[in-house]
Design a protein around this ligand. Structure first.
Ligand SMILES: [Zn+2]
Length: 367
């Protein structure tokens, strides 16, 4: 179903993406629900929503459930939204297997989606926020050693100087150590990068409630969480979430050659703590479960990390309306989304494949 023309499913703004999703969901006969994020609003003061399209048996009546989400990382949602819209329009869910429900969650982090940021309204990386906030936070993997030159107040004034310091650190410790330090997640610098927060974010509570409501009573549950920004351009890596048994189940769904083991360090991503999968596996501990982040490449990692770094500076110290601010915003957008028909068509094709495999696994009542 991924023939040419799939670029029409993708959007240029959060508002356009939302309209397309709601329209496609209604036309596909889905049950539609919207939850407003009352903690934030959009660039023009507009209200922000996470929207849901449910197809198949009602909550509590499904034998198996497939969750497919866009926009956990805000601006990355342009990719996942386009795929969700395309799948609804192309009739992927018209003949679902018996007892199988599909729940498409649009804009898990609507603030980041609308503002073109990866993080939420509190500068929180949602995929580092699903930790136990009452327990001591995980080790920050050295973020405290790099924060001073990664996020200085005068970053854009003295970019060369700070880049030289950063490159010297990488020269000494290696790129892998830098990726780990900067992106594993940290809980000490609210104005820093990959900040995991000090409490559950609005989207965290919303996501837990979504799992509880729509997954109630299901014996088999699969999650595909759409992401962008890591790996080769246009390629979708299936990053397996959860422990080794969950990875084995993911292997049985998509093939062991296709799934990388995040916790074993086999992925293009650093090992992270507190992703959406944590809530997923906590909620469905008694069920058969498999979960992946479907991570599509855009630009080189160093470019993406610098784009996130500049965007963080802009939010904390800069002016979004200035020429520099607009340029940084545009660059950040390109870190998470590629405006070519080829990229969109590759992305959509892979999404269809991954969803088909998940539905086939849920159709199987033996497991
Ligand atoms: Zn992401």
């Amino acid at each position: 179903m991924s023939d040419s023309g799939s670029e029409r499913h993708f959007s240029k703004t959060y508002g356009e993406a939302r309209d397309k999703f709601l329209d496609a969901a209604r036309k596909a006969g889905a049950q539609v629900e919207s939850l407003q994020n009352t903690c934030a609003s959009g660039p023009d003061g507009e209200p922000l929503y996470t929207d849901f399209a449910r197809l198949g048996p009602a909550p509590g009546e499904a034998r198996a459930v497939l969750f497919a989400n866009s926009g956990t990382h805000g601006a990355e949602g342009y990719c996942g939204s386009g795929c969700q819209v395309g799948m609804l329009r192309d009739g992927m869910f018209t003949h679902l297997p018996d007892g199988v429900t599909v729940v498409l969650t649009h804009a898990v982090n609507p603030y980041g989606f609308a503002w073109g940021r990866r993080v939420n309204e509190d500068n929180i990386d949602l995929n580092r926020n699903f930790v136990d906030h009452d327990a001591p936070y995980p080790d920050d993997k050295g973020y405290d050693k790099i924060h001073s030159f990664v996020c200085p107040p005068d970053l854009m004034e003295h970019k060369e100087k700070w880049d030289t310091e950063l490159l010297a650190w990488i020269g000494e410790h290696g790129m892998e150590a830098f990726q780990e330090a900067v992106s594993s997640g940290q809980y000490s610098f609210p104005d820093g990068m990959f900040y995991g927060g000090a409490a559950p974010a609005w989207s965290n509570d919303m996501w837990r409630a979504t799992l509880k409501k729509h997954g109630a009573g299901a014996a088999k549950v699969i999650m595909i969480d759409f992401h962008t920004g890591l790996g080769p351009s246009g390629y979708g890596e299936l990053i397996g979430l959860g422990g080794s048994e969950a990875i084995q189940r993911a292997n049985s769904v998509w093939g062991s050659a296709e799934v990388t083991d995040l916790q074993a360090g086999a992925s293009s991503s650093a090992i992270v703590r507190g992703d959406l999968g944590e809530a997923f596996f906590q909620q469905f501990g008694q069920a058969w479960t498999a979960a992946v982040a479907l991570e599509y490449g855009t630009l080189e990692m160093a470019v993406v990390l610098d784009g996130i770094r500049q965007d963080n500076w802009l939010e904390v110290h800069g002016d979004r309306q200035s020429d520099l601010g607009k340029q940084i915003g545009q660059n950040a957008r390109e870190c998470f989304y590629t405006e070519t028909d080829k990229w969109k068509s590759d992305v959509y094709e892979r999404a269809n494949w991954a969803m088909d495999k998940a539905l086939a696994a849920l159709a199987d009542q033996e497991t």
